[in-house]
Design a protein around this ligand. Structure first.
Ligand SMILES: *Cc1c(COP(=O)(O)O)cnc(C)c1O
Ligand SMILES: [Zn+2]
Length: 391
């Protein structure tokens, strides 16, 4: 689509040419894709959205490819937004909803970021990609790379869930298990990418994963009739989805489809890795590396999110907060959500249930608030975690 005007650094507002391969700004900032929103507003209607395809590419005018033929899709997005009154009664918030991202291809919302990132890699002529991942990003990268005929090189901590490892191998990726954390995997990719000719698909180091993940914001608005909820609970590792949704809300307001009302954005982390919670509580503008990060919620094991400045700004601007929960609480909440509502959530998603209960109990949220919890993946990818917890 000819709607992209330029890329813009999220920190220093430096501008970059579109339709070329980019990673970070020289200041270290992530690049945002900018669109000609007034022109889009003049031609794109809600009726067109309503009658469009039933995946996230229904929002094509605000997505990055120049040519629709570039799209690499496996049917991602337009996941159900489920009212959960039985769980709502248990946490004393009747307007409780779960956006169930476990239904995406490769069973997590990482599919959203990868459909746009791999689409753009293909459009820009990239032949090989590399990615450090704690699990689900790797699976999604492997799947979309396979569908695009692009070579995928994946570096995972050696204790990732078995399901992710086997999935990536089966999808034809070249997988290396690393004795270390995702940050160690990232270092290896950074060191070797130039020599190997890899395009670095690390979280927030390329501009297009945010664009796919922002569609969670478009969808929640559309599914509630273009009105945003009062609070959004988001299990925050790298924070891509939160950053993307916040960008989506801004775009939607410029398109005239929503008002200036914003949900309280709530970052949920695990006690064993809570750099954003710590920074938020200390009124810091960035996070500090979390030593010895450990949690069953593998997607939350990000010791130092690259987008920490952006995440912390969003929490403050939205009058939201950040909260950490223990692994035991996470797995209990996972069983509660599953047995009350029939949704077998990833531990990351389950963490939001505990967080919501705490923030309703302590009065941060009102019982009448409309609350959305993001279940970011399927519990079926975490059988190790759930089977160990049945004691
Ligand atoms: C990656 C991941 C997260 C964290 O996502 P970010 O947008 O990077 O914060 C949460 N849940 C699951 C299941 C994930 O795979
Ligand atoms: Zn910059």
């Amino acid at each position: 689509m000819p709607n992209v005007t330029h890329l813009e650094c999220s920190l220093c507002a430096n501008r970059f040419e579109p339709h070329r391969v980019h990673n970070l700004c020289s200041c270290g900032g992530t690049l945002y894709v900018r669109y000609d929103l007034p022109a889009i507003k003049a031609t794109w209607t809600l009726d067109q959205v309503r009658s469009s395809r039933s995946d996230l590419w229904r929002y094509l005018p605000v997505l990055p490819p120049q040519h629709a033929e570039s799209i690499v899709s496996l049917g991602e997005g337009m996941t159900p937004l489920i009212h959960t009154p039985r769980l709502g009664a248990a946490v004393e918030a009747p307007e409780l909803w779960v956006k169930d991202e476990g239904l995406n291809p490769t069973a997590s919302f990482k599919a959203r970021g990868m459909t746009t990132a791999i689409t753009m890699a293909k459009e820009l002529g990239v032949r090989k990609i590399a990615i450090p991942s704690a699990g689900n990003a790797a699976s999604a990268a492997a799947a979309y790379a396979a569908a695009a005929g692009i070579e995928a090189h994946i570096f995972m901590p050696k204790d990732v869930p078995q399901s992710n490892y086997i999935e990536c191998k089966t999808l034809g990726a070249k997988v290396t298990l690393v004795d270390g954390l995702i940050s160690d995997c990232g270092r290896i990719v950074a060191e070797r990418k130039d020599q190997e000719g890899w395009f670095d698909m690390s979280t927030l180091k390329e501009p297009y994963r945010v664009e796919g993940k922002k569609t969670m914001g478009y969808e929640v608005a559309e599914q509630f009739g273009w009105e945003l909820p009062d609070a959004i609970f988001y299990p925050t590792g790298g924070g891509v989805g939160m950053i993307g949704m916040w960008k989506a809300f801004d775009e939607l307001e410029q398109l005239g489809w929503i008002s200036s009302k914003r949900p309280k954005m709530i970052a949920v982390q695990a006690e064993g890795c809570q750099p954003i919670v710590r920074a938020f509580e200390q009124h810091a503008s960035r996070s500090e590396f979390w030593q010895n990060a450990s949690t069953v919620a593998a997607g939350l094991r990000v010791p130092k999110p690259l987008g920490d400045v952006l995440i912390l700004n969003i929490l403050r601007e939205s009058a939201g907060t950040a909260i950490a929960v223990s692994d035991e609480e996470i797995l209990d909440a996972g069983r509660e959500l599953a047995s009350l509502e029939g949704i077998f959530a990833a531990p990351e998603g389950a963490a939001c249930v505990t967080a919501a209960r705490k923030l309703i109990r302590n009065g941060f949220l009102k019982p009448s608030d409309r609350i959305v919890l993001y279940n970011t993946g399927s519990g079926l990818k975490y059988l190790d975690a759930y089977s160990g917890a049945g004691k």
